[in-house]
Design a binder for this molecule. Structure first.
Ligand SMILES: [Zn+2]
Length: 474
């Protein structure tokens, strides 16, 4: 697939050369031993491979060619990045977060889920203003660009403000305005209006979803109405569901149905659905999820599960067998403390090994498969991002592996997953535009954001008013 496109025509917008490039290759064209099988079960048949001494040619915001450094040497380019010692990866995708919650990072620590929501987060969120959301989102975008994230799926309030920040900072995002049934039908209508108005914004970098909060905060009638709107307007849906085992047990005790069965009965499993967490997914849910044929995906954000001491994690192995893509995520910084998808990748690999009691399960190549094509699919962009190949969006990160903690390299996949860190990302590119070069952020002013946000924290975090945006009661 190298040298597709016109290498010697008019100047390319960008040529990255001298690096190793992560590529996805079809099964069956290789010796077929070693790191087999990372793709099976989710129906795409790609395997992770690496091309050394390679180059990427970018034109019109897209990847025009993945070729050899030698072939790219004479391609005229407006911008050229020499990247020896670096690996080019598809930009990481944060499949479930609440970007503005960076403003609450570290505010609610060492608490069970119920107290985290009811005593801290939901009271504080009743103070939230558009300006808080804007500053929190700016901080989040800066953190994500620095960590090699090029796309994030956000589920929060004041989403118009988040969309403005995305347009300005250059990231790609999949945005949904959160709603609860307790807010009345107007909230759902506003969320629909947002999704229709902003879909395709920022030169197509913004995609939108309907974002009911969860089956325990949104009634079955409202979930049914959401599914109907999603089908009528061809919108995807992003929702928290079966977040933990307690929610599943409580749903069974109250209604005789698991949260996934609620999604099925309300028609949401007939939409393009992104489920956050799913650590409470149980065996009886799997046939329902399998029937969606990959239209339902799950986002896993393992740090929060460890921190809340949830007894289970996302059942990645069972979901793979059911053909359900699993994307990587951080959730919000109020529970996860960072928006570090690199860490989510390593933790997913480790937690899967530990949970399954099997060191052979979730190899580094499998982790990279989740980080790339499965995450792209989870946010509904499986044909546009998640791979470095001609015709894909030029969402690329360059990772420096010359540091002592990443040398020597015996197994590049293992180096990337278990040795490299977010701070090793040197350059972040979205749609062919460089957002960070050699660790310098080019579109956001972090000190200014932090100064203003810090001034606002006393008002934002006040809880003596006794208000809450919602009550956690599964
Ligand atoms: Zn969440």
């Amino acid at each position: 697939m190298s040298a597709v496109g016109s290498l010697s025509a008019s100047p390319a917008d960008l040529v990255i050369t001298g690096c190793t490039v992560l590529v996805h290759e079809a099964h069956g064209h290789h010796g077929g031993h070693g790191d087999h099988g990372e793709g099976e079960g989710v129906g795409e048949g790609e395997r992770i491979g690496f091309r050394e001494e390679a180059a990427i040619v970018v034109r019109d915001r897209m990847i025009d060619a993945v070729t050899t450094a030698a072939a790219a040497r004479h391609v005229p380019a407006r911008t050229r990045i020499e990247a020896p010692g670096q690996v080019a990866l598809p930009g990481l995708i944060n499949c479930h977060t609440h970007a503005p919650m960076t403003a609450l990072r570290g505010l609610a620590e060492d608490l069970p889920t119920e107290e985290w929501f009811n005593d801290v987060v939901w009271p504080v969120e009743s103070n939230l203003t558009e300006r808080d959301v804007e500053l929190g989102a700016r901080l989040a975008c800066a953190e994500m660009i620095r960590g090699g994230v090029t796309c994030f799926a956000d589920h929060y309030f004041h989403m118009d403000t988040v969309a403005d920040v995305v347009a300005e900072c250059g990231l790609r995002a999949h945005l949904g305005e959160t709603y609860f049934s307790s807010q009345g039908p107007g909230a759902r209508e506003a969320a629909l209006e947002f999704a229709l108005r902003r879909r395709g914004a920022a030169d197509g970098r913004v995609t939108t979803a309907l974002a009911p909060h969860a089956p325990y905060t949104v009634s079955d009638a409202d979930l049914t109405a959401t599914a109907e709107l999603a089908r009528a307007h061809r919108l995807p849906v992003h929702i928290h569901a079966a977040e933990n085992r307690e929610q599943t047990d409580s749903s069974l005790a109250r209604y005789g149905r698991t949260p996934i069965e609620v999604l099925d009965r309300t028609g949401l499993l007939d939409t393009d659905l992104l489920i956050a967490h799913g650590t409470g997914i149980v065996d009886r849910d799997l046939p329902l999820l399998a029937r969606t044929g990959g239209r339902t995906a799950v986002a896993t954000a393992p740090r929060g599960y460890l921190k809340f001491a949830w007894p289970t994690t996302t059942p990645v192995r069972a979901l793979r067998a059911a053909g359900v893509p699993v994307g990587l995520a951080t959730d919000g910084a109020a529970s996860n403390n960072s928006l570090d998808v690199w860490e989510a990748m390593a933790l997913t690999a480790l937690l899967q090994k530990s949970t399954e009691g099997d060191p052979r399960w979730l190899t580094s190549r499998q982790a990279l498969h989740h980080a790339t094509v499965q995450s792209a699919r989870a946010v509904g962009l499986g044909d546009r991002i998640g791979a470095l190949a001609p015709g894909r969006c030029a969402d690329i990160v360059l990772v420096d592996l010359t540091g002592p903690h990443t040398q020597p390299v015996h197994d590049l996949a293992a180096t990337l997953v278990h040795s490299a860190r977010a701070a090793d990302v040197r350059t972040t590119i979205v749609d062919g535009r460089v957002l960070m070069r050699d660790r310098e952020l080019l579109t956001l002013d972090v000190p200014a954001v932090v100064r203003e946000l810090t001034d606002r924290l006393p008002t934002l975090t006040a809880r003596d008013h006794g208000r809450r945006v919602q009550k956690y009661d599964t």
